[in-house]
Design a protein around this ligand. Structure first.
Ligand code: PMP
Ligand code: GLN
Length: 386
């Protein structure tokens, strides 16, 4: 194995899902829903499978999906992209992120990112021979994670090539505020760098949150330097389909496509028309999806608080972070490894998302994208901890 990949072992998601399987635990580790997405989408996939859509689709994705991706962004965020030259379909957001970094970073370039970060970021940056410059998100007095403006400013420099921003943010559930986004935008303009935004949770911002989801590309001067990434997995509860996309100015989208050709070439022909159908669903789907997930969040937050955890309630995403110290825990990894034996629940230690494991040592992440009865069972089991 090459040196640059040696620091990366098996992902925590695979390890913890395997542990859940072995122990028969309720799996609140890896973030995937336990119910299927919209029936119209599933029917369209079945129809495509039986209707001869089983050979290589066009490299950038089928035209109807690219059109639907563009229309969706216009409808929800007021962003206009040309479906032919400014949208590319990828094998999930994961491929879009990797292809963007591989296509835009020279060895030695620096990528500013926010820690804790989704685990594929560090690996993609390493594959490109680039270097990460993490800025640490820290919980403030009210439990909300905040960006230190001085730390953010200090992360930018002459070697910065791009900033990789994930909002709503996995694993903290943070939604970046307008002021934080404005500072990111200001620094991107000042240093003349690109932004790659991971917005896979764009439809999962809770209505009681004090902030709204704002794509960075909508800020002044940002559309022309931002590559915006999202995927069907989260919004349409089909994480196994791996249909994602990137939108942005044609040169950035071309860079992704150039790399994508040699990573996967094309992906998932019969699922592409189905995702197009899903993106074109009317607003009631998106509103109901968000409301359903907010109710699940409330249920799990209450269950965790009841079990004695220190809960940091999220403003968005699938995830809630909890402090294990009130339960006598000292280390999230030890805590998560023991949890299946102790009570039959699986969670993910937050420290694996940090460069500095001290920063997240006492925190664990639970996913609430599960049926209410599953969350109720998890809460019952977690109460055995005290
Ligand atoms: N980014 C973030 C922040 C995620 O949580 C995930 C997990 N879904 C991904 C990217 C990967 O998305 P996909 O499954 O579409 O590759
Ligand atoms: N995005 C999901 C999570 O954070 C799962 C990702 C994965 O399994 N690679 O749990």
């Amino acid at each position: 194995l090459v040196a640059r990949m040696r620091p990366f072992g098996t992902t925590i998601f695979a390890e913890m899902s395997a542990l859940a399987g072995r122990t028969g635990s309720v799996n609140l580790g890896q973030g995937f829903p336990d119910t299927d997405g919209p029936p119209e989408m599933l029917a369209a996939a079945a129809e495509a499978l039986h209707g001869g859509h089983n050979q290589y689709p066009p490299g950038p994705g089928i035209p109807s999906l690219r059109t639907a991706v563009a229309a969706h962004q216009h409808r929800f965020w007021g962003l206009d992209y040309d479906a032919d030259s400014e949208v590319v379909v990828t094998a999930g957001a994961t491929e879009a992120i990797a292809a963007a970094i591989l296509g835009l970073c020279e060895p030695g370039d620096e990528v500013v990112c926010f820690e804790p970060y989704y685990d594929s970021y560090a690996a993609s940056i390493a594959l490109a021979g680039a270097l990460r410059r993490p800025v640490t998100l820290r919980p403030g007095a009210d439990g909300r994670y905040v960006v230190d403006p001085d730390e953010l400013r200090a992360a930018f420099g002459p070697r910065t090539r791009l900033v990789l921003l994930n909002s709503p943010h996995n694993p903290t559930g943070k939604v970046f505020t307008r002021a934080e986004l404005a500072l990111v935008a200001e620094l991107c303009r000042e240093y003349d760098v690109y932004a790659v935004t991971d917005e896979v949770y764009e439809h999962l911002v809770f209505t009681d949150a004090s902030t709204r989801h704002t794509p960075l590309a909508t800020l002044p001067g940002m559309r022309e330097r931002t590559l915006r990434i999202s995927s069907a997995g989260k919004t349409f509860s089909c994480t196994g389909w791996k249909i994602g996309w990137a939108s942005g100015p044609a040169p950035l989208v071309s860079a992704v496509l150039r790399v994508k050709q040699f990573l996967t070439f094309v992906n998932a022909a019969p699922l592409q028309p189905a995702v197009a159908v899903a993106l074109n669903l009317d607003d009631t789907y998106f509103t109901a999806f968000q409301a359903g997930m907010q109710a699940r969040r409330d249920q799990l937050v209450a269950g965790l608080a009841d079990a004695g955890f220190g809960v940091l309630p999220p403003e968005g995403t699938y995830f809630v972070t909890a402090d294990v110290t009130p339960l006598g825990g000292r280390d999230g990894v030890e805590f998560c490894r023991a949890l299946p034996e102790r009570c039959g629940v699986v969670a993910v230690p937050t420290q694996v998302f940090y460069d500095d494991p001290e920063a997240g040592r006492r925190l664990v992440r639970f996913a609430f994208c599960k049926r209410p009865e599953v969350l109720a069972e998890a809460a019952t089991r977690l109460r055995r901890l005290t």
